[in-house]
Design a protein around this ligand. Structure first.
Ligand code: HEC
Length: 212
């Protein structure tokens, strides 16, 4: 056989062999010579474990674990001063810088506020979001969100509003898991902007009844 014929035959058999590798669907069980990679012992999600004392297969992070993407600065993460003696009075500078200035921070805050807070607190922060109205209509008015345009919340330190978002408060659920740290600060800045925009408003909370 000439080298030319050999080459042609080789090419032809390679073509046949390679096309055989293209995933044609087949109902046949695959032939797997070495099975140990396929049958590794493992737990199913949410399954009970007898290995760990608390029987949870899905392990919680070790206490005090900090996510790699999280901000390493304690005040930024907690809203408290470095020595944990008081609330931060302003949005941390480095957060604002991270967004690229106040304008960008406020815009981000507005965007996030309208998604996460407005359903309950209303677009203007008057406490008359759709959820609140619905709750009132159903006679569940005892858990209405307060208006932000009252002195108590106007004078609340920024860090405390941040922590309220993080942990929730009384009837308000926590948003620490849903909203990243820097976005929470952006929301705080926007709450401040809303308050400034209505600074002349009556300090009495608005309820669905006395809404104009
Ligand atoms: C599911 C509805 C709901 C959502 C969403 C919600 N809140 Fe609230 N919020 C409430 C309720 C209800 C209260 C009143 C809690 C109470 O006093 O029992 C409240 C109270 C507050 C207070 C006053 C806390 C205090 O000390 O009295 C602030 C500030 C606040 N929310 C900010 C926010 C911000 C910012 C967001 C968006 C990240 C948000 N909330 C999202 C329902 C909500």
């Amino acid at each position: 056989m000439s080298w030319r014929t050999t080459l042609v035959l080789l090419a032809a058999s390679a073509a046949v062999a390679l096309s055989g590798c293209r995933g044609e669907p087949t109902p046949e069980a695959p032939v797997v010579p070495i099975r140990n990679m396929y049958t590794q012992p493992r737990y199913e999600v949410q399954a009970r474990s007898d290995f760990f004392p608390d029987h949870r297969t899905m392990r919680p992070p070790v206490p005090d674990t900090v996510a790699q993407e999280s901000d390493p600065s304690l005040p930024v993460v907690t809203g408290r001063t470095e020595d944990d003696s008081a609330w931060l009075l302003t949005v941390p500078q480095k957060v604002v810088q991270g967004f690229g200035g106040w304008k960008a921070t406020l815009e981000r805050g507005q965007d996030r506020f309208n998604i996460y807070c407005a359903p309950c607190h209303g677009n203007s922060g008057d406490g008359l979001g759709l959820v609140a109205r619905r709750a009132a209509a159903l006679g569940a008015g005892a858990i209405l969100p307060p208006t932000f345009h009252q002195d108590r919340i106007r004078h609340m330190p920024d860090g405390q509003i941040f922590a309220t978002i993080t942990h929730g408060i009384r009837n308000m659920p926590a948003y620490g898991f849903n909203i990243p740290v820097h976005d929470r600060w952006a929301i705080v800045s926007y709450v401040r902007a809303l308050q400034l925009s209505q600074a002349s408003r009556e300090a009495t909370p608005v309820s669905p009844e006395n809404k104009p």
